[in-house]
Design a protein around this ligand. Structure first.
Ligand SMILES: Nc1ccn([C@@H]2O[C@H](COP(=O)(O)OP(=O)(O)OP(=O)(O)O)[C@@H](O)[C@H]2O)c(=O)n1
Ligand SMILES: C[C@](O)(CO)[C@H](O)COP(=O)(O)O
Length: 237
């Protein structure tokens, strides 16, 4: 049987850097919560079989969806750090999603991932044993600064990439890597970092720069503009 492909969405964050009452995954762009944009992008993709969201234990905003686009949508409680939420979701996946299933971990706060990027990521992650992530090469000149924000050096950028999501790994390997990081007391900020600690070299798949994570209010303004600029929205893309 062909291994299954599921999406896991960590959505248990508080949005501290964004500020405000409502966690950013529930803020709206183009009239729809960011988490709904992210779920729709993944579950409308023909190669993805289902999704599981990790929510804060006290989340009263989750609309209770159990399916979208005719596919199962499950939920579990997340944890204190993003990696804890991802690990909880990996443990909560149904048992028929085996250890060889490909899991696409995607931030609920990244509402603008496109189908073409998901497709290319799956292509690479199914052939490269160490998995794959979306990202983009660093294009700006990089400066190292001191505590006063004065430049102390210009850093080489030719081998540097920014990490996006989705990040795609086999369920068993990613679970073991995140468990190891937790046991070692290391907070990993993405799945690739956990895999790297196990000696893996995940592939970088160049993705669209507009697959932004909403972290601050200005990101949400930009995201709103991006959605309004889509063809058919009356914009001018
Ligand atoms: N304990 C956590 C922390 C984060 N996330 C999720 O991980 C994604 C990316 O994290 P980030 O942008 O850091 O979100 P927050 O933790 O909400 O933001 P902040 O760090 O500003 O509080 C978001 O979808 C967020 O909900 C999670 O599921 N569980
Ligand atoms: C996973 C991630 O979105 C990749 O860029 C990122 O690491 C999330 O964590 P952060 O704490 O907001 O950097």
């Amino acid at each position: 049987m062909t291994p299954r492909i599921w999406a896991v969405l960590p959505a248990a964050g508080r949005g501290t850097r964004f500020g405000g009452e409502v966690p950013k995954q529930y803020l709206e762009a183009a009239g729809k919560p960011l988490i709904a944009h992210a779920l729709d992008a993944l579950l409308s993709h023909p190669r993805i079989d289902g999704a599981l969201v990790a929510l804060a234990a006290d989340d009263a905003r989750w609309p209770g969806w159990t399916s979208r686009h005719g596919k199962p949508l499950l939920r579990c409680n997340g944890g204190g750090e993003r990696a804890d939420s991802v690990l909880a979701a990996l443990h909560a996946l149904p048992s028929d999603v085996g250890d060889d299933a490909l899991i696409l971990v995607h931030d609920a706060a990244r509402p603008n991932v496109h189908a073409g990027d998901i497709d290319r990521l799956i292509d690479v992650a199914t052939t490269h044993a160490d998995g794959a992530i979306l990202g983009a090469p660093v294009r700006d000149t990089l400066k190292r600064a001191d505590a006063a924000a004065h430049i102390v050096a210009t850093e080489p950028r030719s081998a540097l990439w920014r990490a996006f999501t989705p990040q795609a790994f086999r369920r068993g390997a990613l679970t073991a890597a995140l468990e190891r990081a937790r046991a070692d007391g290391v907070v990993v900020t993405d799945e690739a970092m956990a895999m790297e600690r196990m000696g893996a070299h995940p592939a970088l798949v160049e993705g669209r720069e507009d697959n932004l994570k909403v972290t601050t209010p200005s990101d949400l303004t930009l995201m709103e503009w991006l959605f309004q600029s889509r063809p058919g929205q009356g914009g001018s893309e």
